[in-house]
Structures are given as structure tokens and as C-alpha cells.
Design a protein around this ligand. Sequence first.
Ligand SMILES: Cc1cc2nc3c(=O)[nH]c(=O)nc-3n(C[C@H](O)[C@H](O)[C@H](O)COP(=O)(O)O)c2cc1C
Length: 191
Amino acid sequence: MNPRIAQTSVPVIDPLAHRWSPRAFDVEHTFPEGALRGAFEAARWAPSANNTQPWRFILARRGTETFAKIEAALLGFNQQWAGAAGALVVNIAVTADAEGKPLPWAEYDLGQAVAHFSVQAQADGFHVHQMGGFDRAAISEAFGLTEPQHPISITAIGAIGEADQLPEALREREVAPRVRADLEDLFIVRD
Ligand SMILES: Cc1cc2nc3c(=O)[nH]c(=O)nc-3n(C[C@H](O)[C@H](O)[C@H](O)COP(=O)(O)O)c2cc1C
């Protein structure tokens, strides 16, 4: 049994069961123009508070200057693996509308958009790995992001590679069984 597939008490749809976050990406794999359109369409059609759609993205395919700028802002061990991904996406929450009125659900909405993105990407045959470990100020500076644009996470996306290509400390984690809290423990009330 593949230890990376989610073990669920009842079946869930395939892209969810098979989604997991690899660190070994195939460094030979590249995205032709348009290959990520489905994933971005899924993000675009995510629900949001009042349909405000408070999300923006920076897409960089490997080999571009944009990709290098994003990679340079990654922190710690993210620097060791994410550069092999076919693309990096900066996920940006826009926390106020054009009149300056706060959009309090902007980060929540962005998270849903990224979740939709990741499920569609999985269904399209890719893998994604989200990262919070990056220098937000460096990203804002590199791309001229200003209030109310907040870079919240970076998604690495690509084709899966081999665990062997990773440094040893990451290799073990790549093949370890995935774990979650028990379903019963998630409910504060279940009536
Ligand atoms: C908001 C967020 C931030 C994350 N930050 C990092 C990160 O900086 N580096 C990393 O290797 N993984 C990061 N992850 C990946 C999680 O560690 C991973 O999703 C979690 O361990 C569950 O594993 P799975 O996605 O394979 O089910 C992040 C995930 C999310 C959603």
C-alpha cells in the first residue's frame, strides 16, 4: 500500500486521497504555456466572501528570472528542494477593497482558492507543495507589492521526482506514512 495515499474511513474523491506534498520534484519536467490554466481556473471559481475574490498570484516557471527571485526569498530547508519544481506561485491576499474597506476574510478566501488550485492540479496529474517559510518582505520588495497586497504562501507545483534526489533528512520524511488526527477528535460538538 502506498504510504502517501490518505487512509480514510470512507472513500473520498481521488484527487483528495492522492494529494500529498512532495519535496522531490522532477527537475526535468517543465510546464508548457497554458498547462496550469485548469488549476488557476479552479482557483478563480473558488467561493469568497461577497464574491470579492481577494486573491492575486505571481506565476513563475522554472528557468525564468521571476522564478529565481521567488526561490531567493525561500527560507531554511525550502531552499533545498523547491527549486526543482516546474513552477512557483506566490499566493497574495488583498485585504481591502478599492475604497480601502477591509476585507476580513481575504486570507480565508485565498486559502480556499489555493485549495481549489491544489485539487485541480492533482486531478491534472501534478503535485503541489505549499510553503509558509519565505521572506514576505523580500517578496513584496521584489515584486513591488504594496498595501493591501499581502503574500501569504508560495506553492511549488510540478511532476513528482524521486525521494533519492533529496538530502538525507528530507528523504526519510518523503516516504514516511502520512498521519492525521482522528476524525472523532475534530468535533467540538457532534450532535
Ligand atoms: C500554509 C502552509 C504552510 C506550509 N509551509 C511549509 C514550508 O514552509 N515548508 C514545507 O516543506 N512544507 C510546508 N507546508 C506543507 C505541510 O507541512 C504539509 O501540507 C503537511 O505536513 C501535511 O502533509 P501533506 O500535504 O502531504 O498531507 C505548508 C503547508 C501549508 C498549508
